[in-house]
Design a protein around this ligand. Structure first.
Ligand SMILES: [Fe+2]
Length: 282
């Protein structure tokens, strides 16, 4: 084969690999480790974070996504909003909850699309019926093995436009969580929208978990972490990944949304696994 032919063939193969890689939309597991002196040295708590399912069904009866979550052996499952959708029927959400309800305690916060259904109370009832704890500007103290944690959550701010016009979203959040500000216990906040981090971090959460940005839809490895995200616009700052804000670590899931009309590029749907590891005081 001539040199020219070899070159053309090499470029073609490379292009095929890039196209396959770019458009690969199978579920992936993205892992993060965060360390804290608030947990005993050597202790480790695993959270599986699922956001932005939009009721999509992965495999028969959600078997594919459920089996991945099960394999992670979570201590806590966090559902970070837009699990249900305003257009796609709720069946996919119910099947997910049905599949994971015995794996670990489940905590849920709403996302904007769930308010857009116009019937948020039905959505929450379906989720609550499967045993999930719905966090509406409130928190629970939980114990996983010997670790004590607080997990709080806020409704999506679209609550004001679609359910309770007089609801003071920010005031309610601050009044609910201000008492935790200096608590020496590890504190987690579930909040759908990542762009509101400046508000969440006021309450000194150790870890904030969000979704909503869908990874900015289009990514280019090493060059572009997201092209566009709702409420952040072009080149979103919080498209997905891990961010540090003083004492607060913010993890933004790229979500598990799948829409054949809106391809995700270099941005496969992701199940996020977070290990919180206790480290010794210096
Ligand atoms: Fe959203």
């Amino acid at each position: 084969m001539g040199r020219r032919k070899t070159l053309i063939l090499s470029v073609a193969v490379l292009l095929c690999i890039l196209i396959y890689w770019g458009f690969y939309n199978g579920l992936v597991v993205r892992k993060y480790i965060v360390e804290s002196r608030k947990l005993n040295d050597g202790e480790s708590i695993r959270i599986v974070l699922i956001t932005d399912l939009h009721s999509h069904i992965y495999g028969e009866n959600q078997r594919e996504i459920v089996s991945i979550i099960e394999r992670q052996k979570p201590d806590i499952i966090a559902l970070g909003g837009d699990i249900a959708d305003d257009i796609v029927p709720i069946k996919g959400t119910e099947l997910l909850l049905e599949g994971i309800k015995t794996l670990a305690p489940i905590f849920y916060v709403s996302g904007n699309h769930e308010f857009w259904t116009g019937d948020i109370s039905s959505v929450k009832s379906s989720i609550r019926e499967q045993g999930a704890v719905i966090l509406e500007s409130e928190y629970r103290e939980i114990k996983i093995r010997s670790a004590e944690l607080i997990i709080g959550g806020v409704d999506d701010p679209d609550i004001v436009h679609y359910e309770k016009p007089d609801y003071n979203w920010l005031g309610k959040m601050n009044s609910s969580f201000i008492r935790l500000k200096d608590a020496p216990i590890y504190k987690i906040l579930l909040a759908h929208r990542p762009e509101l981090i400046e508000m969440y971090k006021e309450n000194n959460f150790d870890l904030v978990l969000s979704g909503h940005a869908h990874g900015g839809q289009v990514r280019i490895p090493l060059l572009l972490n997201g092209l566009y995200a709702p409420n952040q616009g072009w080149f979103p700052k919080y498209a997905g990944g891990i961010y540090k804000h003083g004492v607060t670590t913010h993890i933004v899931s790229r979500g598990v949304s799948y829409n054949p009309r809106l391809p995700r590029i270099f941005n496969p749907p992701e199940i996020v696994v977070i290990d919180i590891k206790g480290i010794a005081d210096k």
